[in-house]
Design a protein around this ligand. Sequence first.
Ligand code: ARG
Length: 288
Amino acid sequence: MTATTVFADECAAPRPGSRTPTLRRYVMCPPEHFAVEYVINPWMDPDAPLDTALAMRQWEELKRTYERLGHTVQVVPPQPGLPDMVFAANSGTVVGSRVLGARFRAEQRAAEAEHFRRWFAGRGYREVVMPSRINEAEGDFAWTGELLLAGTGFRTDPEAHAEAQEVLGVPVISLRLVDPRYYHLDTALFVLEQGERPQIAYYPEAFSAGSRRVLERLFPDAVLADAADAACLGLNGVSDGRNVVLPLEATGLAERLRSRGYEPIHVDVSELRKSGGGPKCCTMELHR
Ligand code: ARG
């Protein structure tokens, strides 16, 4: 009998693109009324030139990218007067049949929450709960398949973490953000692979010392991003377990992901970034 010996370290370094994707269900909202009219994060400058037609083309390309990968994209109708509604990730956290809606910190975005609530109700979701605390949904919540990683410090209230745990019935891990440029968890961390042994990428400097230790404990072999990766909103990625949709400029992070067996796919989000958003901000996932 001939035996093939597989060494442990061979398993640890998968070939680029060798991972298995799973099909995802996304919700997006076209940037029809997109604008930078107010300042609620350090990326936003109402005086800087903005090409709204280009923003639409970039959004369409992002949507096509998901569809090409086999994912489903449902579209929520955009509303006039809500220039940030394109950032669909901020309007709901969905795990299974349970939906936890949003409650925005900024008055200017408050009305988005109700449009999404109605959209969910119209889709037959019966367990839609609107939060009582400030809760910017997947902007600050990342589902690993086992745990809900939850950011606070700039937007979502820490009490909203306990509320999410209660409503969704999943264990929540609170993490503190400390850099105003990385005001939402999804600007500093994203899940590469869901499941029993989830994998994440994150930018350590965006977190408090204690939260960094938590991340090191939970994810000892996470992909660590550097300042350049973070500065183009490279951590605002969307992964299906194999393909990782990233901003064009996140080249260093892409290389590291490739060496871990992921397949980076770059998209141009230059216009959306002027509001502090990237691929993930535009994408809410309906987790199974
Ligand atoms: N201008 C928006 C805000 O500051 C951008 C939101 C980006 N979304 C996100 N998930 N990080 O609220």
